[in-house]
Design a protein around this ligand. Structure first.
Ligand code: NPW
Ligand code: ADP
Ligand code: K
Length: 520
């Protein structure tokens, strides 16, 4: 699904109204109803006995007013605190007019801030996508007061004070710290960045039937991929995004192992042969036709014992890789997990970049070697896949000012070097050579454990060797399936107990789901 800018979201609202011959008032009612439904399924009116709605003067505040009415009729004890302003949006005024008179309303002032107890459920409807400047004066006082209360906050659309698509111009200005953000239709770029996690909390999307036609035609470099469980009868909600062609093709009855390719993995050094074990396991479970693992001498027996399905080439050096095998047999080559940064291994990497005629996957120490020898970047063959985590990415580029700056660097790097960069993290961002960026919605914090990245490299290598998949599809599928394997594994082990080896065990089921699954 696409991520749109604040300006595009405003146009989307207008397009929806035009296309569906509805009114902005009706659209606001849909939005408020969607939030009310979410609240009803998360907070029982009998236990949420004090619900305070903070409303600003625009349509976000209008959502809050409409929601107050709906919650009142649903049996919640609601009260309102309104920001005074010179002008209010039309729909705000409408919803103010139709508010049941019985709901207590307070006008906010610096010396009249609302009573907020830790047990109060606060709905933040101060500002949404219409924020034009950092919060100051009374709105800032209200937000500071709210944040100091430690009450549970549910933000409508966006935590107030946060921009949907850009860094905060004034880092000192306050932003609401929400436990939950309930947003409409599409996620916002701001939700996916670690620097905003403390404000956004958990985010949730509610469908309000925004114009699919507008979304389909909207121009944006940002995309979000999540896994949604297929409905039993193949039914998909009408206003989820059209199903992108992000499925693993089923295996043809007469497919032979050549179809799935012969991969070469160069991995491991003394003390880090485990990385080669994990990565090769993932490659095999990823469905590769044949796998050869090149390891230093010390890794030979280990690979032969733990991965009988793979062939193994032992380097003449015992502790690190110093030789590049003959590349002719292979359809894809991966290098990096546990490699170490010996000069001889750097030379192998350079030779590989100069000689390889097939897809490459570059990870871990191979990335660190590229960072330390930037002249090698000019040798990267087109569509090479690089899989840095944040630290490796900083070594490849520069120290970043904030998450938005990092995204700029990411797009720039992929475009300049004509390669695919998988920037790993909670919402792994895959940048394509054309500057498009795909955030991944699968995975969990249990995957923050040694070896998880090695597993991704192996899986990616398998899908890059698969002759049926193009480079970007293979990469996006691998990232999606890797996270999904993490989610399936965590269902058994819990997040804390998750090991990278568990990811390997769940790659098969994750890929099987993607064969039949639907994605949005
Ligand atoms: N459109 C639709 O049909 C639908 C929209 N929906 C909802 O509308 C929301 C967007 O509404 P919106 O565009 O009215 O903007 P909103 O976030 O309420 O803020 C604008 C107001 O705040 C003011 N203001 C801004 N910055 C300020 C500051 N720092 N300090 C003080 N004031 C500041 C600004 O005043 P001004 O800048 O003119 O001074 C203006 O009065 C969106 O997030 C979603 O919740 C849903 O109902 C679905 C249907
Ligand atoms: N909080 C999280 N949510 C989702 N995925 C995560 C999270 N933390 C880590 N991961 C995933 O786990 C993997 C960790 O990779 P990496 O940092 O290279 O680990 P290692 O070097 O130990 O193999 C990446 O694919 C990353 O996206
Ligand atoms: K808000």
């Amino acid at each position: 699904m696409k991520l749109l800018s604040a300006a595009q979201i405003r146009e989307l609202d207008q397009a929806t109204i035009r296309e569906q011959r509805t009114t902005s008032t009706e659209l606001m009612e849909r939005a408020a109803t969607a939030v009310a439904e979410w609240l009803l399924s998360h907070y029982d009116p009998h236990t949420a006995t004090d619900v305070l709605l903070l409303c600003g003067p625009g349509n976000n505040g209008g959502d809050g007013l409409a929601l107050a009415r709906l919650l009142y009729y649903a049996g919640y004890a609601v009260r309102l605190a309104l920001l005074p302003a010179e002008k209010y949006s039309d729909d705000y005024q409408h919803n103010h007019h139709v508010l049941p008179k019985i709901i207590p309303v307070q006008e906010l002032a610096t010396d009249a801030l609302p009573d907020i107890q830790p047990t109060t459920l606060v709905i933040d409807a101060l500002f949404g996508t219409g924020l034009t400047r950092p919060l100051a004066g009374l709105p800032a006082d209200v937000v500071r007061h709210l944040n100091a209360s430690h009450a549970r906050v549910v933000a409508i659309d966006l935590p107030s004070g946060l921009l949907a698509d850009a860094p905060q111009p004034d880092p000192e200005a306050p932003v609401v710290r929400a436990a939950h953000t309930v947003s409409f239709g599409l996620p916002k770029l701001a939700f996916l960045l670690p620097q905003n996690a403390e404000y956004v909390g958990e985010w949730h999307l509610q469908d309000i039937r925004l114009s699919q036609q507008f979304i389909d035609h909207a121009d944006t470099p940002w995309h979000f991929t999540r896994y949604t469980k297929p409905q039993p009868d193949g039914w998909a909600a009408p206003h989820t995004v059209p199903q992108p062609e992000l499925q693993l093709p089923r295996r043809n009855k007469f497919a032979y192992k050549n179809t799935f390719g012969h991969a070469l993995l160069l991995a491991g050094s003394r003390g880090k042969v485990g990385a080669a074990v994990l990565s090769s396991g993932a490659c095999l479970r990823g469905g590769v036709g044949l796998l050869t693992v090149a390891v230093p001498g010390c890794g030979y027996d280990i690979i032969q014992t733990t991965r009988p399905e793979a062939m193994c080439l032992a380097d003449t050096q015992a502790d690190f890789i110093s030789e590049l095998p003959d590349l002719k047999p292979y359809q894809a080559i991966g290098i990096g997990p546990g490699l170490g940064q010996e000069e001889a291994s750097r030379a192998v990497l350079e030779k590989l970049l100069r000689e390889a005629q097939v897809p490459l996957v570059i990870d871990a120490d191979a990335l660190n070697l590229l960072g330390a020898h930037r002249e090698l970047l000019d040798l990267l063959p087109e569509n090479t896949v690089l899989t840095p985590h944040l630290g490796e990415f900083a070594r490849l580029t520069e120290k970043t000012k904030d998450d938005y700056h990092r995204l700029d660097l990411l797009r720039d790097f992929a475009q300049r070097h004509r390669c695919i960069v998988v920037l790993k993290g909670a919402y792994t961002a895959t940048a394509a050579p054309d500057g498009q960026v795909y955030f991944n919605g699968t995975g969990n914090p249990g995957m923050g454990t040694g070896g998880s990245g090695d597993v991704l490299t192996g899986l990616l290598l398998a899908l890059r060797a698969d002759q049926r998949l193009d480079p970007l599809l293979a990469t996006r599928l691998a990232v999606l399936a890797h996270g999904r394997a993490g989610d399936l594994a965590a269902a058994h082990t819990g997040e804390a107990g998750l090991l990278a080896g568990d990811l390997v065990q769940h790659i098969g089921p994750a890929l099987r789901e993607l064969e039949a699954g639907s994605l949005g």
